[in-house]
Design a protein around this ligand. Structure first.
Ligand code: FES
Length: 199
């Protein structure tokens, strides 16, 4: 389980066993972008978070081989890159479905119906948190507070925030979701305004 700020906690700093695959070669454009990012900071290693986000966006997840490619590009020890990747739940260390469904499991959302959303995902799509549907379309995650508690229960689907959700609304959004695209906002009333204000 992740911590309140979206990290996995110190216990997960221990390297985990993962399948090894072919080396990852980052495209020249990505390498050039990484250099630009490094140049923005007094300590170039401070660029590690945006760099990992970009690599994850491009590859879908962060494999050990991707960590090696990032370590090389960042001129950082692999162990440091691995520590960052395994500390934050935002970085995915296993292959992901084409659409990510992150349901908030923190108190406000749990009190207002998140349990029903998780049960619905189990019953309708056959997935528990951390699992991907058999067709590879969806991966479900239980995440910590999405900072829109007033819209509980909340979920982030294909990079867009939605709430308050019901199982029926969740189905509607999942049906609309396309990999790599955001779904038109289905937040309502004050929640729509609250989310827009924060952006
Ligand atoms: S508790 Fe779910 S968004 Fe804050």
């Amino acid at each position: 389980m992740s911590g309140p700020d979206g990290h996995r906690g110190a216990a997960n700093l221990v390297p985990v066993e993962r399948e090894s695959g072919a080396p990852v070669v980052l495209p020249a454009e990505t390498l050039a972008w990484i250099e630009q990012r490094r140049a923005m900071y007094e300590d170039p290693r401070a660029a590690i978070l945006p760099v990992l986000h970009r690599v994850q966006d491009e590859l879908g997840w962060i494999s050990l081989e991707a960590e090696e490619a990032v370590a090389q590009a960042m001129r950082m020890p692999l162990a440091k890159v691995h520590e960052v990747v395994t500390f934050y739940t935002l970085f995915k260390t296993q292959p992901q479905g084409r659409i990510r469904v992150d349901i908030c499991q923190t108190m406000s959302c749990m009190l207002r119906g998140a349990r029903e959303l998780f049960a619905h995902m189990r019953d309708r799509y056959g997935v528990h948190p951390g699992e991907t549907t058999a067709d590879g379309r969806l991966t479900l995650h239980a995440v910590e507070c999405l900072c829109n508690c007033e819209c509980a229960p909340m979920a982030q689907i294909a990079d867009t925030y939605h709430g308050p959700l019901t199982p029926a609304k969740l189905d509607e959004l999942i049906a609309q979701a396309q990999p790599g695209e955001t779904v038109s906002a289905a937040v309502t009333g004050t929640c729509a305004a609250a989310i827009a204000e924060k952006r």
